[in-house]
Ligand binder design. Structure first.
Ligand code: FMN
Ligand code: FE2
Ligand code: FE2
Length: 398
């Protein structure tokens, strides 16, 4: 982004890039509006870069740095996290600036060797350790598994700037606005939730630990490595991270269903009617085969109620629903109020297996689990409506 200079505090600049080319983050998650890799340059006696960008953008990063300083004058590069979206430009940077000392955790040091063959000029820092880079002091906090085991956050003590890498990151490139008060915050918060549910969510316990460790730290700017820089709504996003990592859902229901020939679909319509009659109008219905998986996952993370419906398929759970349940188990979503319904024609199987999956998730199951043969009768549709109603009442009373 030639010509754009973004100063986040006196002497601290954003020198990151927008990736508008990638369609699937990590090869899985759609990013229709791109993503940013935020890198920060701190100008001081020992100029310091915090995190880099993905490898294909190495040249752009170098150009961004050159607008402030020759890369050969850089003192340190802090490596908060080794995932290649943040470390990928290190080899290119070190080729033009071999004098740089890399600052990272002991675990990251091992990874630097395994990823890039980098073994020299590495300064390992421990939790709470500080480095003076001139007038400014950098303090490092280990935040293991947010997002990888080697991850740490960097805090600029004098400016109260926290750079927590993936934590508080969002999908979505930076479209002219860099700070939360310059952008459509609601859009980025939705994308923060999707990023959380897709990327970070399995590590909700480590997120809780990281939040506890950083509690009470004065933060005037929260500068993650993806998406906007927060200086206005910091309390709001910290509270969201607390909530998401504690599996607290909003009052509402995600109703996710699959259907081949319309039988489960008919049940779903009745359940949906029941949810609304039960007093919950914040209901989102998703076809598990068609709605982008990444978004469905985020909606399961958003709402307190998750209702699942699927036909039996080869004696098991309809495959797209099976994938969703396996992913929810993998991501360890907890603390949901759940209803289950299914359809079959001879053996059955889906409803029972969905129930087992939900028991594995330790969710609160609202009985009865409904399994109907082929086309649901009017009486069965009334039962489906009653199930929706019961789930909604539980969700709303909680
Ligand atoms: C490929 C395929 C496999 C199925 N396997 C089973 C099965 O193993 N056991 C069973 O009871 N029904 C099975 N069914 C029947 C469906 O579960 C049943 O017709 C259901 O009502 C379909 O719901 P839908 O209209 O929502 O797609 C299968 C159907 C299809 C198309
Ligand atoms: Fe990451
Ligand atoms: Fe990242």
């Amino acid at each position: 982004m030639k010509g754009i200079k973004v100063e986040i505090k006196p002497g601290i600049f954003w020198v990151g890039v927008n990736d508008r080319w990638k369609d699937l983050f990590e090869g899985i998650w759609p990013i229709p509006r791109g993503i940013s890799y935020n890198s920060y340059l701190i100008m001081d006696e020992k100029p310091t870069l915090v995190d880099t960008v993905e490898e294909p953008f190495s040249h752009e990063l170098l150009e961004n740095i050159e607008r402030f300083i020759e890369p050969s004058k850089l003192g340190y590069v802090v490596v908060n996290h080794m995932e290649p979206d943040h470390s990928g430009a290190l080899p290119a940077l070190l080729r033009v600036a071999p004098q740089i000392t890399l600052v990272c955790t002991a675990k990251a040091k091992e990874m630097l060797k395994n990823f890039y063959g980098i073994e020299d000029n590495i300064q390992v820092v421990g939790d709470g350790e500080e480095i003076k880079i001139g007038a400014k002091t950098l303090r490092f906090y280990g935040i293991p598994y947010v997002h990888w085991p080697e991850t740490m956050a960097t805090y600029v003590v004098e400016d109260e700037v926290l750079m927590p890498c993936d934590a508080f990151g969002t999908y979505g490139a930076l479209d002219g606005g860099f700070f939360d008060d310059e952008v459509d915050v609601d859009y980025y918060i939705d994308e923060m939730l999707r990023y959380y549910a897709n990327i970070v969510s399995m590590y909700s316990m480590p997120v809780q630990k990281a939040l506890a460790k950083l509690e009470g730290l004065p933060i005037s700017v929260l500068a993650p490595s993806h998406g906007p820089i927060w200086r206005h709504d910091i309390g709001r996003v910290v509270e969201l991270y607390r909530k998401w990592s504690n599996w607290e859902g909003d009052k509402g229901v995600a109703l996710v269903y699959g259907s081949m020939y319309g039988n489960t679909l008919e049940m779903m319509e009745a359940v949906a009617r029941g949810v609304v009659k039960g007093g919950c109008s914040t209901l989102r219905v998703y076809d598990v085969s068609r709605a982008p998986f990444s978004f469905v996952l985020a909606e399961c993370w958003r709402w307190k109620g998750v209702v699942l419906g699927a036909p039996t398929y080869d004696t098991g759970i309809y495959i797209p629903m099976d994938n969703l349940l396996k992913t929810l188990e993998h991501k360890r979503l907890r603390n949901r109020i759940c209803g289950i319904f299914g359809s079959y024609s001879w053996s059955g199987g889906a409803a029972k297996k969905m129930q087992e999956a939900v028991e594995g998730l330790k969710w609160e199951l609202v009985e009865p689990v409904l399994a109907f043969a082929s086309q649901p009768t009017p009486e069965e549709l009334l039962q489906a409506e009653a199930l929706g109603q019961a789930v909604a009442q539980k969700v709303m009373e909680d």
